[in-house]
Design a protein around this ligand. Structure first.
Ligand SMILES: Nc1nc2c(c(=O)[nH]1)N[C@H]1C(S)=C(S)[C@@H](COP(=O)(O)O)O[C@H]1N2
Ligand SMILES: [Mo]
Length: 377
């Protein structure tokens, strides 16, 4: 999809859902012909692959995932932190804590689900449920220490201001272990890419959990409660779980052998050339991104012969767990049809497999990404 079409799609969804601002792109032009959406909530918008050739994904093309859609925009919303005492914070109160800015990948656990075989139900994301942004906020640890951490605390429960469409539908609720909540990279953020969070991305506050899948990054953050036990409910006990051990494709996995997913595995994609591109013979620039939630990227390799031989790509920018680096590689291509595939290895020693490990909900797909293009004489 072209950027213009993406923006228009957001504008249509925004107008229909009567949401005041979506990624700052809701220009709401009515004179142009548009398609009428039948499903506007939940709102799930994917970033086109061609944007994954740069360090930062602009906010207005950054993917959006929400189970029920955004609550009404209200910058005066407060956030409640419950420890040994309760703290109620509005946006200006966060100025009293140290401000932190970091760069991190936000990726939905279901990114790549459409590529898993056999297929499984769920949003059919291909590559577009990921992006990298700078996030500005305060450390959750600083807020929790101010509220006081009671003895016996082991988890923090996270709730947002969004509401399920019907009372019979469970709320989106999560918990993360206290240790992860106290990690200095876990933030309560109010800004993304240097501007206040847009409503689609969680205004006024959202959680940022670098290296962990997007479901932990609670948007429209309403409360953080220090508790002794992992949270219950559909989104903890049924959804967002992976088999403890790899299982055969298509297998039914007993509930006792599933655990909540956390850190996303090593992954890379080819953004350029695009699938089906027609290029002139000579020097051709290949580029994409590579990242791992577990460790910095150690190397990215490119193959033009289906994995028999690999060449090392160059990596741009700072390395780090949970942040992506742009990879680049130049080839001198003769006329013909070419197929390039890429694989990344992280500093923990994990390499992207040719085929991702199958699991019942299609989480964390990270197989090699391949693109075919034509070189004309
Ligand atoms: N309150 C709330 N937070 C939420 C969600 C939601 O439905 N409600 N969806 C989660 C999921 S599954 C993902 S992948 C990320 C997506 O964040 P984004 O829309 O800013 O890209 O938000 C997470 N935070
Ligand atoms: Mo997600």
């Amino acid at each position: 999809m072209k950027r213009r079409d993406f923006l228009r799609a957001s504008a249509v969804a925004a107008a229909a859902a009567a949401v005041p601002s979506l990624g700052g792109a809701a220009a709401g032009k009515t004179s142009e012909p548009v398609l009428l959406g039948h499903v506007l909530r939940p709102q799930d918008l994917a970033t086109p692959l061609e944007w994954f050739d740069r360090p930062i994904t602009p906010t207005d093309v950054f993917f959006v995932r929400s189970h029920f859609g955004a609550p009404a925009l209200d910058p005066h919303r407060t956030l409640r932190i419950d420890g040994t005492q309760g703290l109620i914070l509005a946006l200006p109160d966060l100025a009293g804590f140290e401000k932190v800015t970091l760069t991190a990948v936000l990726q939905c656990a279901g990114n790549g689900r459409a590529l898993q075989r056999p297929r499984v139900p769920g949003v059919q994301w291909v590559h577009g449920a990921m992006g990298q942004a700078t996030w500005t906020g305060v450390r959750l640890a600083d807020l929790l220490r101010r509220a006081g951490i009671p003895p016996g605390a082991a988890h923090v429960e996270l709730a947002g201001w969004d509401e399920p469409p019907m009372p019979t539908v469970p709320r989106f609720l999560r918990s993360i272990p206290l240790e992860r909540a106290l990690d200095p990279t876990t933030l309560v953020a109010w800004a993304m890419n240097g501007a206040p969070l847009t409503l689609a991305h969680g205004a006024p506050f959202r959680l940022v959990v670098p290296g962990w899948a997007g479901d932990h990054w609670m948007k429209w953050l309403r409360s953080v409660r220090v508790v002794e036990q992992e949270a219950r409910g559909f989104y903890m006990e049924t959804a967002y779980r992976m088999p403890v051990q790899p299982v055969a494709p298509g297998a039914t996995v007993p509930a006792a052998d599933m655990r909540p997913l956390t850190v996303f595995p090593v992954k890379s994609v080819v953004a350029r050339p695009g699938e089906g591109a027609r290029l002139r013979a000579g020097a051709i620039a290949l580029a994409g991104v590579a990242f791992s939630g577990a460790a910095p990227i150690a190397r990215v390799e490119v193959t033009l012969d289906g994995g028999q031989t690999w060449a090392r790509a160059a990596l741009d920018g700072p390395a780090g767990a949970g942040r992506w680096q742009v990879w680049r590689h130049r080839i001198a291509a003769k006329p013909g049809i070419w197929r390039v595939a890429v694989r990344a290895t992280d500093a923990a020693g994990s390499t992207q497999p040719r085929d991702a490990v199958w699991n019942p909900s299609g989480y964390f797909w990270n197989g090699w990404h391949a693109v075919s293009f034509e070189v004309a004489s």
